[in-house]
Design a protein around this ligand. Sequence first.
Ligand SMILES: [Cu+2]
Length: 239
Amino acid sequence: MAKNRRHFGIATVLIVICTFVVYWVLDSVLLKPAAAVLEAGPIDYLFDLHIWLIAFLFALVAVFMCYALIVFRARGDEGDGEHIHGNGTLEIIWTVVPCFVVIYFAWISTTMLIDLSRPNPDEYVVNAEGRQWSWLFTYPESGAVTADLVLPVDTPIRMDLTSDDVLHNFWVPEFRVKQDSVPGMVTHVRFTPTVIGEYVLRCAELCGTNHSGMLATVRVVSAEDFQLWQSEQLAQAQE
Ligand SMILES: [Cu+2]
């Protein structure tokens, strides 16, 4: 009994160490680009939580397996091992605990999704139409039509997406959120840019030969620059 406790004690310590190591490796490999919207906070938290869980589950399986292989090996003994007819308690635990973990993750993901897609009365609307293989943006407030997306910083944005032909997907990695654009319907994606800069909008839905080239520049500018840009667009339209 004391010996079993010692084995479990060592395995627990190894699992904790292995969890931290695997988390560190995954976190270094799955590099997220610098966040540039308000919504990145909760989304990155959710990513992090998943990576911790993945690291722990990997450690749990790998440590017990390697520990048993190394510590309980019987050199030269090729006879059958002891027959074990299952363990009721263990089976209940490893069914019930993952069930609750999955329900918990579903709960936090759903509440977060509802939160992030909640309409904001101050949101600035831009229409985006995807087509093979480019984007077209129209700004209902000013009537501007552009091939690059220009957005004011610190303003809640609602993109109304649609498609001219097949499925496309609006994705700026720094903005974290992602949404399909679908022919015949309007879908929405909301975010609040917080960092002035230039980003690349990528189509994230395989849409044909030049899918990987379906890029657009996204410029997040200050409120003053945005006003200026808008009046330039208006002046150009009136010419
Ligand atoms: Cu595409």
